[in-house]
Design a protein around this ligand. Structure first.
Ligand code: B12
Ligand code: SF4
Length: 468
């Protein structure tokens, strides 16, 4: 008999308002690819789709993918579904760090990557023998990985994603990846990626932006380097109409040949986790040794020379960043010539070294729903909460001055006019809409909180919204 699997991305905060800027997630598309053919799917994505009504879900089994700030919502949905006798399985970054917590609300937890364990999960479910915790390996070779089920990605996402590698061998203290002991950088087979891109290109307008979901597109070893060269050469031959952006470590500037090929293959922007303008301190503060000593301005100059723009991501709220540092951040970023700044509050993801340290010092605020990089969720050494919120707003305001916008437009208008369009869209979003939309988001959160309170009158509600 046909069995029904409902796939859910629960979201505490709807992101529909910014759906034109969102990258599509791939987690459940991979889960779908490893589900036997006699199962049928339904897909619910609260990031960009309707709010899920758990009483209306028609399924034998529910698989949810969740991030830390959406955990209260995930547990709420799971409780409601289980009241109806539906088995619920939860995977993703948060539950990989804290599986035991989730077992209060779901039948099973999948830690790490789905591929190595999902067929076993399904077979155990079919035999009525679901285990509590499945350990999805993070060092699993990807040579036989299946193509993601792209039909299981919500159509409201405007930026399709693709993944060409997984993992990162570094161990930065604040990064959620440090939760996984066996986290290893692995590339997907080039021909598999090309097959996936061929399919994607068919449904993507020429000139559209694609996102690479890799932690680091450039790789680490000589072998990775050769693999990346092979991938980008094949992409160039294919001459796909789309352009793309990817995450990389800053040391990519040491590989100009790779940058050149990436540009030819369609890369137009690199998202770099620069974190601090004083990178000398990164080694001591957050264990980001590989960035220490790199002259960011010079590195970005090499990236620009290869006609690739830079989204620079920075953390504010590190203990060694006083008010003066934050005040000067915008001008420091401008000196580096980055095109788009992303500024995030220092956030303690569960399972990380940073989390353990701050918990010990009682510097964590309560409530998983607040643990996201755009909401302050810890006690900062040099800032009160309202102060750091204001500081972040002024960094964006001080960055996007008219002369600087003009400078960037001038940099790209003749080299890559399409980038200018993308850039102006980002500015508009950052400068105007975001603060308005934050209000909208807060209203949504309020109504959800009320909804949760109505349904969890007892201690359970207190537990999911306030326990650390
Ligand atoms: C695309 C993306 C998004 C998209 C879509 C998110 C979504 N619906 O999943 C958007 C842009 C909306 C987004 C938003 C946010 N994101 Co995001 N995002 C990513 C990104 C870049 C790629 C995700 C992806 O598809 N990866 C590829 C797939 C194959 O890997 P995967 O997602 O890890 O899934 C595998 C396993 O985790 C596991 N798995 C996952 N779910 C499930 C479920 C089941 C049932 C099973 C069996 C297995 C399983 O199996 C999968 C296949 O191997 C990741 C970084 C990354 N490289 O992964 C960050 C990431 C997931 N995001 C993150 C964060 C923090 C956020 C935000 C909270 C940012 C913020 N403001 O602070 C917001 C949340 C907004 C909200 N509404 O609450 C963190 C999560 C950390 C955490 N502890 O929660 C990540 C890891 C980035 C980072 N390093 O900080 N994000
Ligand atoms: S280099 Fe980036 S992905 Fe790797 S551990 Fe550090 S922050 Fe995480």
């Amino acid at each position: 008999m046909t069995k029904k699997l409902a796939l859910i991305y629960p979201s505490q905060h709807s992101d529909l308002y910014q759906s034109s800027l969102l990258f599509s997630p791939l987690a459940l598309a991979y889960v779908g690819a490893y589900t036997p053919k006699d199962w049928v799917f339904s897909l619910y994505d609260e990031y960009v789709g309707n709010v899920v009504d758990p009483s209306e879900i028609d399924a034998d089994l529910v698989a949810m993918s969740s991030l830390t700030p959406n955990i209260p919502r995930s547990f709420y949905l799971a409780n409601k579904l289980r009241e109806r006798g539906i088995k619920v399985i939860l995977g993703g970054a948060h539950v990989s760090a804290l599986p035991e917590e989730a077992l209060h609300h779901v039948d099973s937890v999948v830690k790490g990557e789905a591929e190595s364990v999902w067929p076993q999960v399904i077979s155990d479910f079919e035999n009525g023998n679901l285990q509590k915790i499945y350990d999805g390996r993070m060092d699993q070779d990807l040579k036989d990985i299946r193509l993601p089920r792209r039909d299981l990605i919500h159509p409201n996402y405007k930026f399709p994603s693709v993944i060409t590698s997984r993992g990162c061998p570094y161990n930065c203290d604040y990064c959620y990846l440090s939760v996984y002991k066996k986290n290893k950088y692995r590339v997907l087979p080039v021909d598999t990626i090309i097959e996936d891109m061929d399919r994607m290109a068919k449904t993507t307008d020429s000139g559209s932006m694609i996102s690479f979901a890799d932690e680091n597109v450039s790789g680490y070893s000589e072998k990775d380097y050769e693999n990346r060269i092979e991938l980008f050469e094949k992409m160039i031959k294919k001459n796909y109409g789309f352009v793309w952006g990817a995450q990389s470590t800053i040391d990519i500037y040491k590989k100009p040949e790779l940058l050149k090929l990436m540009q030819k293959a369609g890369c137009r922007t690199l998202f770099l986790g620069l974190e601090s303008t004083n990178n000398q301190s990164l080694g001591n503060v957050v264990n980001k040794e590989f960035a220490v000593g790199i002259d960011y301005k010079n590195a970005i100059k090499t990236i620009h020379k290869n006609k690739i723009s830079v989204i620079g991501s920075f953390i504010i709220g590190l203990d060694n960043q006083d008010k003066n540092y934050v005040k000067n951040l915008a001008s420091q970023m401008k000196k580096m010539n980055i095109e788009i700044p992303r500024v995030f509050y220092l956030t303690a993801w569960p399972g990380t070294k940073l989390y353990d340290e701050l918990k010990e010092k009682q510097r964590l605020k309560k409530g998983w729903n607040k643990v996201r990089k755009d909401i302050p969720s810890i006690e900062y050494k040099h800032f009160k909460t309202e102060e750091i919120v204001e500081a972040r707003k002024s960094i964006y305001a001080n960055f996007y001055t008219k002369p600087y916008i003009f400078k960037i437009v001038l940099r790209w208008i003749f080299k890559e006019p399409k980038l200018v369009k993308f850039f102006l869209k980002m500015i508009k979003w950052n400068r105007v809409k975001k603060w308005e939309l934050r209000k909208l988001q807060q209203e949504q959160e309020e109504s959800l909180r009320k909804h949760l309170e109505d349904h969890f009158k007892d201690t359970e509600y207190a537990y999911i919204l306030s326990e650390y």
